[in-house]
Design a protein. Structure first.
Lengths: 483, 74
């Protein structure tokens, strides 16, 4: 037990150390702090982009879904591949424009393309509203991982406070360079851990993959495929499409693209990342192995399946290493979220309100906002109950609403008008809020519709409303002066 | 990629990139079964893994063709 705790502490110290060291030799302007001076090559951009693959949600949630839901969990394996294909064509266009205009945030892009600071403020508010629940999720995951892997020696509350303090420290000092350096450590550890347990567990308990899946199929017929209604193939396909469109709308990955040295970096990444994300497969194997081995985890407790089966199978030092890898999956995305939210508030809200603000003042404010946002997230983490998953899904839906306006802006001149983009985003977000608050699905909205339609992910509704409003308003306001 | 934009028809091979996502998702209703297991994996999972690997291969081809094209342009 003390061994496990020692390993957790060592990983934690290494992450902080790397995070602080990353600053060496760089003076921290906002451009350095937020987008690494646009000097990152394939490896660092790869690591930042791979951050989305291994958040605590994938580590705990991926195995948790495989354990609790079976077949439908496989959507997590699909959306990345679709999103990377999209990124091959989309990210170079975004990067070229951001480079020319020296943009540092996602709202910057919308404000510049549509020549409207107001649109920048709108996008900034949407982004931050989506980022906070995402950060809360990372912190909650961190609490679970550390308390489980330390065999209860560290309480989730202590873990959340300590983890957040470390995050704030290296983020304020090193900015996105700190994230990139700790991401390297994280990915080495998670690769090793995921492959090791994903290979070991099925062979140890069942004698192989085929035997494991046969055993699960016998005990729980239908568990390994998609059900005919509910999370059916229609649900699966619509969810993959929505998630893939929303993927790069997350402001931290959008701005992560600005860190690249050249546009070819994205093309190489689009080739490599689909293979890399196959490592999630091994996380699934661990979750599937747990189905018959540690049965009985219900509801949100399914997220504990990976750590529970690990504790039942391995000695304390191994559990410590697994926990340390899990800890890093919370720290790296957490740091990117903090940098992004702070940059957005300083650059796209404060600077608009106070146009006379100097670059130095904006940089200082961005760094000063880091502990404020972190404290807010800690407060929500420690107070919040089970309402997190709906919040995260709402966050995903919120950022996905930026996609139509982005797509319409990618040409030489935006196809949509500023008012069209504004109206589309607002209409989409209001629809998301309504759907989330009422818990409506297509089955409740259109009870008479065919089953396939009823099973579609309800996010499709918001995106359709958004695109329709954007198009209508744009056509109505074409060739008239916009404000 | 650098320099003057190439005519759109010259990059027809880029449509190749559509193949993996369309096949991956379009096939889902037809492979929603456990048996036959492929390399020990349920058919649904094997289908997904296969197309994720194919995504990488296809994007690799598109990338190489793009590079050859931009060298030829120079």
């Amino acid at each position: 037990m003390t061994v496990a705790l020692g390993i957790l502490l060592a990983a934690f110290a290494a992450a902080i150390g790397l995070g602080l060291l990353a600053r060496r030799g760089h003076t921290m302007s906002l451009e350095q702090w937020s987008v690494g001076g646009r000097g990152f090559g394939t490896v660092f951009v790869f690591l930042l982009m791979a951050g989305e693959i291994y958040t605590t949600f994938t580590f705990l949630g991926g195995s948790g879904w495989a354990y609790g839901k079976g077949g439908p969990a496989l959507y997590i394996l699909c959306y990345g591949a679709v999103a990377y294909t999209l990124s091959y064509f989309m990210l170079p266009v975004i990067w070229r424009y951001a480079q020319a205009k020296r943009l540092v945030s996602q709202p910057d892009f919308f404000a510049a393309k549509y020549d409207s600071r107001g649109l920048g403020v709108l996008v900034a508010l949407v982004s931050v509203a989506a980022l906070v629940p995402y950060l809360v999720l990372q912190l909650k995951g961190l609490g679970i991982i550390v308390s489980e892997a330390s065999y209860g020696a560290v309480s989730p509350t202590t873990a959340v406070w300590t983890g957040t303090a470390a995050l704030v420290g290296y983020v304020v000092v090193s900015g996105v360079r700190g994230s990139a350096w700790t991401a390297a450590l994280k990915d080495i550890m998670i690769l090793g851990v995921a492959v090791a347990i994903g290979v070991y567990l099925p062979f140890h308990y069942y004698g192989g993959y085929g035997a494991m899946f046969e055993a699960i199929d016998r005990a729980r017929p239908g568990f390994l495929t998609l059900p005919a209604t509910g999370m059916s193939p229609a649900w699966f396909v619509s969810t993959v499409v929505l998630t893939a469109l929303g993927f790069y709308m997350w402001p931290q990955y959008f701005a992560g693209a600005y860190t690249a040295r050249s546009e070819d970096v994205f093309r190489k990444n689009a080739v490599l990342l689909p293979l890399y994300q196959l490592v999630i497969l091994f996380v699934f194997f661990a979750g599937f192995a747990a189905v018959l081995t540690v049965p009985g985890l219900k509801g949100p407790d399914a997220d504990l399946s990976l750590l529970r089966i690990a504790k039942q199978t391995f000695s304390a030092p191994t559990v410590g290493v697994i926990g340390a890898a899990g800890l890093l999956t919370a720290l790296v995305p957490g740091s990117m979220i903090l940098i992004t939210a702070a940059t957005i508030l300083a650059q796209n809200v404060y600077r608009v309100l106070v146009p006379t603000a100097t670059d130095r003042a904006v940089t200082r404010l961005a760094r000063a906002l880091v502990p404020v946002i972190a404290l807010l997230a800690v407060g929500l983490t420690l107070r919040g109950g089970e309402a997190l998953v709906p919040l995260l899904l709402m966050g995903y839906n919120l950022v996905t609403q930026l996609f139509p306006a982005l797509l319409a802006s990618l040409g030489e001149r935006p196809w949509a008008t500023t008012s069209g983009a504004f109206a589309g985003i607002v209409a989409g977000e209001l629809t998301v809020a309504y759907l989330s608050l009422t818990g409506a699905t297509l089955a409740t909205l259109a009870p008479g519709a065919p089953q396939t339609l009823k099973d579609l992910n309800v996010g499709i509704v918001a995106l359709t409303v958004n695109a329709a409003v954007l198009t209508t308003v744009s056509l109505a306001t074409r060739r008239r002066p916009t404000w | 990629m650098t320099g003057s934009p190439t005519p759109a028809r010259a990059r027809r091979y880029r449509w190749l990139a559509l193949l993996p996502p369309v096949a991956l998702l379009g096939g889902i209703p037809f492979v929603n079964r456990v048996h036959p297991l492929v390399l020990g994996l349920p058919l649904l999972l094997a289908w997904i893994v296969g197309w994720v690997i194919a995504t990488s291969a296809v994007m690799g081809c598109v990338w190489m063709l793009d590079r050859a094209r931009s060298r030829a342009d120079r």
